[in-house]
Design a protein around this ligand. Structure first.
Ligand code: ADP
Length: 216
């Protein structure tokens, strides 16, 4: 970020003159009160909000004013993790994880649920990494919040991401489950060298897991 602004269409300037650099492989936690702009900061990285001044570059690619095709390419390498997990409840855990491949698989295959065997293999490995492989064939609606978030992480891993953006990933979870999910994120970031940005409400949790904390 170099002197970046994000001004929403209604005229509200959510980021003003933000400059910061995130190094490859870093796990950075962004803390701040509700409304501080944490989510806007994350979403600026893959061009989901209007960057109205300055510059945001990801691996040398300028996000501000980027074409749709450039943004698609950028987004295919960025795994997103959400507070509300964003799983499709009426289908299996396995299918939810495979949806992480959507950017890389022809649409008809995903619509028919015909996934390459190699992808299924990777999906199961991803579920093993977040210790939930025994739920592979269960409907997503039958999982606890913590289990759903682990599936969310496995789905992000399916993208073979260079970066993971996690927007309040533990805000809906109880403290022990929050720690388990943060530990998973940290371990995976380390093992795979994935640059990871996490928005959190709580400074103590940030201290436990972050390489660096950014306050907003
Ligand atoms: P945080 O993630 O820290 O809670 P946000 O980035 O969601 O903060 O929001 C920052 C500010 O931008 C808030 O005042 C919010 O109301 C405003 N905002 C967020 N999204 C939009 C939008 N789509 N249109 C207009 N204003 C928005």
């Amino acid at each position: 970020f170099q002197n970046a602004d994000v001004t929403y269409p209604g005229g509200f300037r959510a980021l003003h003159n933000v400059s910061l650099t995130i190094e490859p492989g870093e796990l950075v936690v962004i803390v701040g009160l509700s409304g501080a702009g944490k989510s806007t900061l994350l979403r600026a990285i893959n061009g989901f909000v209007p960057i109205t001044a300055g510059s945001v570059r990801v691996n040398g690619t300028e996000v501000r004013g980027a074409r749709e095709s450039t943004l698609r390419e950028l987004r295919s390498g960025v795994g997103m993790i959400f507070q509300t997990f964003n799983l499709v409840h009426r289908t299996s855990v396995l299918n939810n994880v495979l949806m992480g491949r959507l950017a890389k698989v022809p649409r008809w295959r995903s619509m028919l649920g015909i996934w390459p065997a190699a992808d299924k293999e990777i999906a199961i490995q991803s579920l093993e990494r977040v210790e939930i492989v025994e739920k592979t064939y269960i409907r997503a609606s039958n999982l606890s919040g913590g289990q759903q978030q682990r599936v969310g992480i496995a789905r992000a891993l399916m993208q073979n991401p260079e970066m993971i953006l996690a927007d309040e990933p533990v805000a809906s979870l109880d403290p022990p489950t929050s720690h388990a999910v943060m530990s998973d994120l940290k371990r995976i970031s380390r093992e795979d060298g994935i640059t990871t940005l996490v928005n959190l409400h709580f400074i103590d949790m940030a201290r436990d897991y972050a390489d660096r904390i950014i306050g907003m």
